[in-house]
Design a binder for this molecule. Structure first.
Ligand code: SF4
Length: 424
């Protein structure tokens, strides 16, 4: 039996963003309150240091036992034809239990971040891509090109851990790495300042002009001749210079965050990024690096894909899974009255509440979540704090265990979903 008295916890894995930093130090007091004391960031502090409020299951706002809440949830699901499981902020074990119940009741599944993660998924499905891992970046990158984002709003410790890391496996002088920001306006690019004080190259443009800029850079790298002298306020000469730097680099990495690319058909711009990486690889080494990740989105898509063959936006209404990234979006289904019950999951974040919908709703969420309109609300414990779990890092090739840092009286998502399935 573990001792959950006051102590210092070393090498804790943080699930608050896709980096899954595994070096966070946390102090725990005798009541189970947590405080990040080293290697954290503002995001990790707000995740670990949130005080859990006392919460109980409820039916139509009235406190009930967990057994009664589970029975009511099963009753709602038994009476539906087109249930929708959405939100789905969880980790691997939680998602396994979601998929099992979805298969039983013929639900459609969608994740709250799918609107942006599909910008990447559509590229993988259409043409494939050459992307790398954080470990490779940490040990090999010599030129980092950042497109349309500051990265650190999403992954606060990216530069600290992967670009300005003091040591690398092959003796590279990491402080000499070059950073270029392309696109976006008024980005805070200070994280790209090298330890030697060298500032990054910054080529700003409005995000909605990024498609032209990236297409132009791809054209230049592919050897096309351009007659224009500028695109979206960026001089062609600067893009020619960037192209030469990319060709001269031994291991360039081109990074983007899909949720920052709020432009029409962002997948086409991402495809231009990944295709220019492929072009560079004809003569030197280059890799793409999709960053971001939150609310377990990568883990949920991985689990769904290896279980059913498809990422989220799949339906289990027939004897086989069906997949449609457009029609099976939760937003679309709710707007078109094509769902008759909503089961919403938000394990990590109490602020990610369900959308308003005039259908029966079951909300399974963080203890601090307020869901006054839910027919059934069941508070659950949080993976990485209250119970163990598994999560995929943003580069999808590495999964990390999440620890149990304190005792909780709340059930896990998997326990709740399994109980609902048993009560059907
Ligand atoms: S960068 Fe991300 S994973 Fe690392 S400590 Fe901050 S929130 Fe957690």
């Amino acid at each position: 039996m573990e001792n959950f008295s006051a102590s210092t916890l070393e090498a804790v894995t943080c699930p608050a963003c896709g980096l899954l930093c595994d070096d966070v130090r946390i102090a725990r007091d005798a009541s189970g309150n947590l405080q990040v004391t080293d290697k954290g960031c503002a995001k990790s502090m707000s995740f670990f240091e949130r005080t859990s409020q006392a919460s109980s299951p409820s039916i139509a706002g009235k406190a009930v036992s967990l057994t009664d809440a589970v029975k009511k949830a099963a009753e709602i699901l038994r009476g539906t034809n087109q249930p929708l499981f959405a939100g789905l902020s969880t980790e691997v074990q939680g998602m396994r239990s979601v998929l099992s119940l979805a298969d039983k009741v013929g639900a459609t599944i969608d994740h709250m971040n799918a609107y942006s993660s599909f910008r990447n998924t559509l590229v993988v499905q259409n043409s494939g891509w050459q992307v790398t891992t954080l470990t490779e970046v940490r040990n090999r990158v010599d030129l980092l090109l950042v497109i349309g984002t500051d990265i650190v709003s999403h992954n606060p410790r990216f530069f600290e851990r992967n670009i300005w890391n003091k040591e690398s496996m092959f003796g590279q002088d990491t402080s000499s790495r070059e950073v270029v920001y392309l696109g976006g306006q008024n980005l805070d690019t200070s994280a790209g300042n090298s330890p030697k004080g060298v500032k990054p190259t910054v080529l700003p443009c409005d995000i909605d002009r990024l498609p032209e800029v990236v297409a132009t850079l791809r054209g230049i790298i592919s050897g096309k001749t351009l007659h224009a002298t500028e695109v979206a306020g960026i001089k062609i000469a600067d893009l020619l210079n960037l192209s030469e730097r990319l060709k001269a680099a031994k291991y360039s990495v081109v990074a983007w965050v899909s949720s920052d690319l709020n432009i029409n058909h962002a997948e086409l711009t991402i495809q231009n990024i990944t295709e220019l990486v492929i072009k560079l690889n004809a003569k030197t080494r280059s890799s793409g690096l999709p960053l971001g990740g939150s609310e377990g989105d990568y883990s949920v898509n991985q689990t769904s894909t290896w279980t059913s063959g498809y990422p989220v936006r799949s339906r289990f209404a027939r004897q086989h899974p069906e997949y449609d990234p457009h029609h099976f979006s939760a937003e679309q289904l709710l707007a078109n009255d094509e769902a008759d019950a909503l089961l919403w999951v938000s394990e990590f974040n109490p602020d990610k509440t369900p959308p308003k919908a005039n259908i029966s709703s079951i909300v399974i969420g963080h203890a601090n979540m307020k869901a006054p309109d839910a027919d059934v609300f069941i508070p659950i414990s949080t993976a990485g704090i209250d119970h163990t779990g598994t999560m995929f890092r943003i580069d999808s090739s590495v999964s990390l265990p999440l620890g149990k840092l304190r005792e909780s009286t709340l059930p896990t998502l998997a326990e709740v979903m399994t109980a609902i399935e048993a009560a059907l």
